[in-house]
Design a binder for this molecule. Structure first.
Ligand SMILES: Cc1ncc(COP(=O)(O)O)c(C=O)c1O
Length: 433
């Protein structure tokens, strides 16, 4: 038995064993070099020379806890505002922390303190993390933070009452061509849910639901009306992956709080952030924020944030992602039309979801022994030379390669997915027969 406890993320299949990485490739223990196709934490790929150099230099910095001042932390905050949040005049201040989960928990508990309300709201199929309140608003049924086993799943009780709004839609392609009802109809129950909520938290990728300007602006308006704060969870989409600095910039509304993580330090340091609007900062004036973490804002993490923001700007990563978005949309829609197993394609920038036909995701609890169809497709992709992720979901695959991927490698990744989907087609055709 291994001494190391593992996650159930790669539901049903053995995870690849990585021994190294270079550029957009992983090196595996079996000697193969495979494309890194679904890694939301690795915007720069592996061994980016400028990031590696920044970290080498940072390794000799002192250890300074969050309770002490560190000039590099102030510098990283200024750069986040100067580069990432340029032009966003509503944004007031930032606090750094360690993970997306922690950022969301801190943000949600702050909203509870400010409003005196306990309930929080999210949308269907959301994932916001597995710590504290972020776990409560993670409503994908298989990510409950407990123990999943055939017939004996143990789920920890939630800490806060959670309201679940309908999701935005906006698929690039759907097998059933379904027409989505108008926003007002879909969100007609939302004001009631927001009326007693401290915050509503919206992300822009999980479960295959991406940015939808009309949806965002409608929820933002209802939240304001209800005295409920709006948190934009940009842990996946912030600072690169969406092809613009933030996904929320696609709408007219602006959040009260933004959370960041994953790629914020180029994926090479555990670092996340909570950005507060000036209005929220003003509401906190006169109070000390009784929240602390020893390793938050660590000098090495701050060096990684500064290096990432510089690379983002100087290597024009946003422009690169925006240019590749069209290629992914075109190829995935065309591919889905040829594969009977495909149900839905949606995405933005360099994050794309391919949902397969199959049982309703609401029923999936990762509590069966068989590998789900998405994991079987991912296993085939690995044989063919690419790591493609499933988020541990039963019927959903996603592509999120490093933002530094070139067109030739992107085409190869898409071709591998295309061929791997034959596994799902066979399962689908068998089930139909
Ligand atoms: C939208 C979103 N928010 C928050 C998180 C949690 O981030 P972390 O895994 O860094 O705790 C994730 C992780 O996948 C995420 O996708």
């Amino acid at each position: 038995m291994s001494r190391l406890l593992r996650t159930g993320l790669n539901a049903g299949t053995a995870a690849p064993s990585v021994v190294g990485g270079e550029g957009v490739h992983f090196l595996l223990s079996d000697g193969r070099r495979v494309l890194d196709g679904s890694n939301t934490g690795g915007p720069l790929g592996h061994g980016h020379p400028r990031m590696a150099e920044a970290l080498r230099k940072a390794a000799s910095l002192p250890m300074v806890s969050e309770g002490w001042a560190w000039a590099g932390r102030d510098r990283a905050a200024e750069e986040l505002f100067g580069i990432g949040l340029a032009g966003e005049d509503w944004a007031g201040a930032v606090r750094f922390c360690l993970s997306g989960s922690e950022a969301n928990d801190i943000a949600l508990s702050l909203c509870q303190a400010l409003s005196g309300r306990r309930a929080i709201a999210t949308r269907e199929r959301a994932y916001h993390g597995l710590v504290g309140l972020s776990r409560d608003v993670t409503v994908q049924p298989h990510w409950h933070g407990g123990l999943a086993a055939p017939g004996a799943t143990r789920v920890p009780p939630a800490g806060a009452p959670v309201h679940v709004l309908p999701p935005p839609e906006g698929a690039a392609w759907r097998a059933d061509g379904a027409v989505v009802p108008p926003i007002a109809q879909r969100l007609h129950g939302a004001p009631g849910m927001l009326a007693d909520s401290a915050a509503v938290i919206l992300d822009y990728s999980q479960g295959g639901f991406y940015h939808d300007a009309a949806y965002q602006d409608a929820v933002a308006g209802m939240a304001r009306e209800a005295g409920c704060l709006w948190i934009a969870d940009e842990v996946v989409t912030g600072l690169g992956r969406a092809g613009r600095p933030f996904a929320f910039q696609g709408g007219a509304s602006r959040p009260d709080i933004v959370t960041l993580g994953k790629g914020l330090g180029g994926g090479m340091q555990a670092v996340a952030a909570v950005v507060l609007s000036e209005e929220v900062v003003a509401r906190m004036r006169g109070s000390s924020w009784q929240n602390y973490g020893t390793l938050r804002g660590h000098p090495m993490a701050m060096a990684a944030v500064s290096a990432y923001l510089t690379i983002l700007r100087e290597e024009a990563l946003l422009e690169r992602v925006a240019a590749l978005e069209g290629l992914f949309r075109r190829r995935l829609v065309e591919m889905a039309g040829r594969h009977p197993s495909a149900f839905r394609v949606a995405g933005q920038g360099l994050h794309w979801t391919i949902e397969l036909h199959g049982p309703d995701w609401r029923e999936w609890r990762a509590d069966v022994a068989e590998a789900p169809v998405a994991s079987q497709v991912a296993a085939r992709a690995l044989e063919l030379g690419a790591v493609i992720g499933t988020s541990g979901e039963q019927t959903s695959l996603f592509l999120a390669p490093p933002l530094v991927i070139g067109e030739v490698e992107a085409e190869r990744l898409l071709a591998i997915l295309d061929e791997s989907l034959l596994v799902a087609d066979r399962a689908h055709n068998g089930a139909q027969a």
